[in-house]
Design a protein around this ligand. Sequence first.
Ligand code: ASP
Length: 617
Amino acid sequence: MKTLFVENLVEKVGEVVELFGWIDSKRDHKKIVFVDLRDRTGTVQVVGGEDFKDLSEEDVVWIKGEIKERPEKLVNSKIKTGSIEVEAKEMKILNKTKALPLPVTTDGREIDEEVRLKYRYLDIRRPRMYKNLALRSKFIELIRQHLFGQGFLEIETPILSETTPEGARDFIVPSRLQPGKFYALPQSPQQYKQLLMVGGVEKYFQIARCFRDEDPRADRAYGEFTQLDLEMSFVEREDVMNLVEAMIIAVYEKLNIPIKETPFPVFTYDEAVKKFGADKFDMRTPEEKKKNIQAFAWVIDFPFFEKTDTGGWTFTHNPFSAPLPKFMGDLLEKKNIDKILTSQYDLVCNGYEVGGGSIRNHTPEGLKSVFEIMGLSQEEINLKFGHMIEALSYGAPPHGGIAPGLDRLLTCITGEPSLREVIAYPMTSGGRTSVMKAPSIVKDEKLTELGIKLRSTQSANEDKLTVLERIVKMLEQNKVEYRRIDHREVMTSQEASDARGTKLEEGAKALVMVAEKKPIMVVLPAHLKADTKLLKETLGVKDLRMATPDEVKQITKVGIGAVPPFGNLFNIPLYVDKKFEENEKMSFNAGSHTVSVEMRYKDFLKLVNPTLANFSK
Ligand code: ASP
């Protein structure tokens, strides 16, 4: 067993030690060969003989050698082991490596994320990733320590379960034993943790995995995330807020992470909106941002309900919340609904909502009233929440809780740009798992066993095709004349037309934009720019922005620069600039940075039937 890590070698000068690790780098000086040996704690220089010539970077080795002090001139103050080196006596290659598909000694930010996630097991070798994972582990350890110290129990709740409303779509899992029925993966342990309170547990927490099938957003991790879920009995709003605040302060202090202001400032929802224009906000000065100081605040007194598109009511945060005590009467009488404030408290940090919770409705009448206001029929209430209402009628204690998001807190602490940097195996922005290729197609026999028949096998097969294959299929099926051009990798319209040998103005620039939260595609000749003002007028929308690179990937399955002008392939509305009429031909990257298609503009119009408008300048 390995007993010695590289970081501990400085204390072993004069000793002969056994080391295990990877070859980080190699410098061949004829008779002697220097390598840097790497393990998870760092690197150390090893001096070897002729046998070291066979080594390649990333080979796994065992080395026996003596720790020597380096002559003063050769001390490298940049690394922890810079004052020593290992004089190898024996060496064994435990596993020879093939050339890696991506570098692992850089910080990795220069590498395409899809590649990093495909080879996540290699990506994790990079010290930055290891550091993030180690911090995550320490963070959870300190949270556990703190909560155990406060008398909490850590309890697991089911993953295969029934839907619980947190305002997102459920992931569902078919049941084999009861064909035609489905489990839902929990959007949160909300109901189970409340039921633990009914069970007399009094203080519960869990490092809980939650699943929400939300449309991917840049500031979310798609699919699953981890929250510190907790619930307590016999508490008021301030008790839960104080407990979490004290925990954060204690944990951050141990990790040496500075917090801007304690106690955390508290804003009502109205104050926050007035002061910051939103209910999540960043209170740091540019200087504090640079120092990565964490600025926490609480937001309270949110409206309980908001109007739905159809004129009914829905909850703003959590249907299981109690209103503030003075609004209980109104809730039970279902009057002044727009004025009812919830006991919800949101924790904000550095511009993000990093958690939220509330005091719950612990009486059956209160919870029932919420669902009635939302327009659920008695049958629906009984079917979906009968168990909760019943449980609350058997002596449920007053209780409340909260669930800070661990991924988000860690992203803020590390200053990383994305949640995916603090998760070992995150999904791609398009919802594919790291390394393995889920979601994947299942065999027909499996579906039969589950009693499932796909509505259209064609659409399932269609998903297997690449965007390029789908384009080719569409062109062939419609007997459109086209020319396929294979070329070097291109990223911009100019590069593309150069590589294709076509005119810039014939290039179709396909932009994915988001108009009032809905994705659209806007296509214009590559030499022109979209006039956003004109576009907004044409579309009749107030809010219009470019989709983020993540969103483009998610919607079109291809990266920026490879998006073809076929909104229809991605089921999004397509707007084409009228100035295209000036050209006979059009050409575009066909879902690939190295393959283009050239076709007649007239054929394009017939094929996709877009909305034509003027919006370029
Ligand atoms: N269930 C809530 C959530 O996941 C948190 C809570 O109210 O405890 O956001």
